[in-house]
Design a binder for this molecule. Structure first.
Ligand SMILES: Nc1ncnc2c1ncn2[C@@H]1O[C@H](COP(=O)(O)OP(=O)(O)O)[C@@H](O)[C@H]1O
Ligand SMILES: [Mg+2]
Length: 390
């Protein structure tokens, strides 16, 4: 029996695997051959039998990956400089069939056993990660992705990286669950961060991370550099969400200081015609001196239902299409202020210090049921800074 290895000039590099409760598996990979590379996503387009669905995750993934290893990708018309989606379906006809390489035939693997009945459709993967080309007009410092040393994954979208022994937060376009709108949200976040550079209590943009186009098939092709994400100053004090989860009791004036800092940061966004729309504990981090820093400021990325004002919730329920980012500026500002009120209330509950009564009172004024009865952000900031003995 021939040895089961790929020709020495070919290599498969597995990327993400996905299935839906065991069904419709898909595997993304890079097929390297003779110095060129092709990104490929292999997708199963029929319902698998119960015997496969009942297998554990790792067994299912391993079975599908063994099948993918057996496929002769060299026989297929792969698309260059993008992600080729190979959709497999079961059929009686022998057109567009896939070839299993010599030595890989085995009835023990379900997919290999039925490969002779499979036909494949080749298209460009519509859900591929889109990397924007680097627009030099942005005039921001750039860092080559290959020069970054990964240190630690802190969230699905954010890792810490080190450059010359200095730590930064790297927010990436590529992420475990990428939605086609994510690229534009990152570009919006870069615009917002660039506009708010130098502003206190708002995350500071260090620069863009760039690389050659990851999908480039032939190394000698001339293609413009792309943006893969951006670098922020790294704030080592953890997020407000972590602090709340750990139920850390804060002493002294910290909760009040944070409330004022977050309010001022929000005010500086609003003054520049921007809204945040995702004010919540995971979007506040702390620097080494325990100052609160507002992050995730695209104004268009995700939102969290329970942190939207009741009016914004109603607006979205009434017109299913609308996202908070599409609402009027006034409505967006109002939902930010309401969320800020909720945030103050959350801090007050956890603070257990003398500041909690004041925080709770301002929080109540910002989140009153009747919209007209609520105080403005400016008034809230004034009340927070009033001296208690006055
Ligand atoms: N500059 C930073 N310094 C420290 N931690 C950060 C920084 N930026 C993000 N994080 C951490 O990563 C998490 C996700 O970042 P965020 O920008 O909110 O991404 P997402 O858009 O996925 O919510 C945050 O909740 C925080 O814990
Ligand atoms: Mg966030």
């Amino acid at each position: 029996m021939p040895e089961k290895t790929l020709p020495s000039s070919c290599k498969l590099e597995f990327k993400s695997y996905q299935d839906w409760n065991g069904d419709r598996p898909s595997q993304t990979l890079i097929f390297h051959s003779n110095g060129s590379l092709w990104w490929i996503k292999v997708v199963v387009d029929w319902s698998l039998p119960g015997s496969i669905l009942d297998l554990g995750y790792f067994q299912r993934r391993s079975m599908f990956q063994k099948f993918v290893e057996a496929v002769d990708f060299g026989q297929l018309q792969l698309l260059e400089d993008t992600v080729t989606m190979i959709t497999l379906s079961l059929t009686e006809q022998s057109q567009n069939s896939i070839t299993i390489r010599d030595g890989y035939q085995t009835p023990a693997n379900f997919f290999i056993a039925v490969a002779h009945q499979m036909c494949c459709k080749i298209t460009e993967d519509p859900k591929r990660v889109i990397y924007p080309t680097l627009d030099r007009a942005r005039c921001l410092p750039t860092f080559e992705a290959s020069c970054l040393q990964n240190v630690e994954v802190v969230a699905p979208t954010v890792s810490t990286v080190s450059i010359n022994q200095h730590t930064f937060a790297y927010k990436k376009i590529d992420r475990p669950i990428y939605e086609p709108g994510d690229t534009n949200h990152i570009l919006d976040e870069i615009d917002a961060l660039a506009q708010l550079r130098g502003q206190p209590n708002i995350a500071q943009l260090v620069g863009l991370v760039v690389s050659e186009n990851p999908y480039k098939t032939c190394p000698s092709t001339d293609m413009p550099a792309v943006i893969t994400g951006f670098l922020l100053e790294y704030y080592p004090g953890g997020s407000l969400e972590q602090i709340i989860e750990e139920a850390e009791v804060q002493n002294g004036s910290l909760p009040l200081k944070w409330a004022v800092q977050i309010g001022r940061a929000l005010e500086s966004l609003h003054k520049r015609g921007r809204s945040h729309l995702d004010i919540k504990p995971s979007n506040i981090v702390f620097d080494a001196r325990k100052n609160a820093i507002l992050i995730d400021i695209s104004g268009t990325g995700g939102y969290t239902w329970e942190w939207l004002s009741p009016e914004m919730q109603m607006l979205i329920q009434q017109s299913c299409e609308i996202a908070p980012a599409k609402a009027s500026f006034e409505a967006r500002i109002a939902t930010d202020c309401w969320a800020y009120g909720r945030l103050l209330s959350t801090i007050a509950e956890k603070s257990g210090t003398g500041a909690d009564a004041k925080l709770q009172s301002v929080a109540d004024d910002l989140t009153k049921a009747a919209f007209e009865a609520r105080i403005s952000l400016g008034d809230a900031l004034e009340k927070l800074q009033e001296k208690d003995d006055e």
